[in-house]
Design a protein around this ligand. Structure first.
Ligand code: SAM
Length: 176
């Protein structure tokens, strides 16, 4: 199981990015997202997507990052903090895939300034390239590498709508 922990979101500036972090997490194989912010609008729009498109992705708001990380580790899970200051992903991906085979993974992404203790609390500080970019891009690449493309085989049960993939145009069918 993979869960994403999204830190430090300022409602007025980061809501859209946080929504995209959640949608990306859902689309690429995570089971849920923990939010330190108590912004309910983000949870609402992701839950709307789940209702339409299926799966059982969940969002929990108003979470304390310290206790969430501690609880995860106590339950035997591994915590991976994505940061440009970390060890570059290709150097650690083999080890991380071994961990993922037997343990649950929490992926931590920041917004603006990441609290200093996160670097120590995490089991791994991983860079998706040692250059500054985006939490959405970092998360997408990390999830894909961790699961080695298997995320695309996942089915989204339930929901109301389903895409019939087409070369040209848009085909959406209503599930029975
Ligand atoms: N400057 C902030 C800091 O030093 O704490 C980080 C701001 S960045 C826009 C927001 C988040 O994107 C980071 O907390 C990190 O999770 C993610 N991120 C950005 N670039 C990254 C990279 N090269 N590798 C991994 N994660 C990255």
């Amino acid at each position: 199981e993979i869960v994403v922990l999204r830190l430090g979101h300022r409602p007025e500036r980061d809501a859209r990015v946080t929504t995209h972090v959640g949608l990306t997490a859902r689309a690429l194989g995570a089971s849920g997202m923990l939010l330190t912010s108590s912004d309910k609008s983000v949870a609402g729009s992701i839950e709307g997507v789940v209702k339409s498109w299926g799966g059982d992705f969940w969002v929990k708001t108003g979470v304390s990052y310290r206790s969430a990380i501690k609880k995860w580790k106590e339950a035997g899970g591994v915590v991976v903090h994505l940061t440009m200051y970390g060890i570059n992903m290709p150097e650690r991906i083999g080890k991380l895939r071994e961990e993922y085979r037997v343990k649950d993974i929490m992926v931590v992404v920041g917004a603006e300034k990441v609290p200093g203790d996160v670097y120590g609390l995490a089991d791994y500080n991983i860079a998706v390239g040692n250059q500054p970019h985006s939490e959405i891009a970092a998360l997408a690449l990390f999830l894909d590498w961790l699961q080695d493309g298997k995320e695309f085989e996942r089915a989204f049960e339930g929901g109301e709508l389903m895409i019939m993939p087409s070369e040209h145009g848009k085909s959406v069918v209503r599930k029975q």
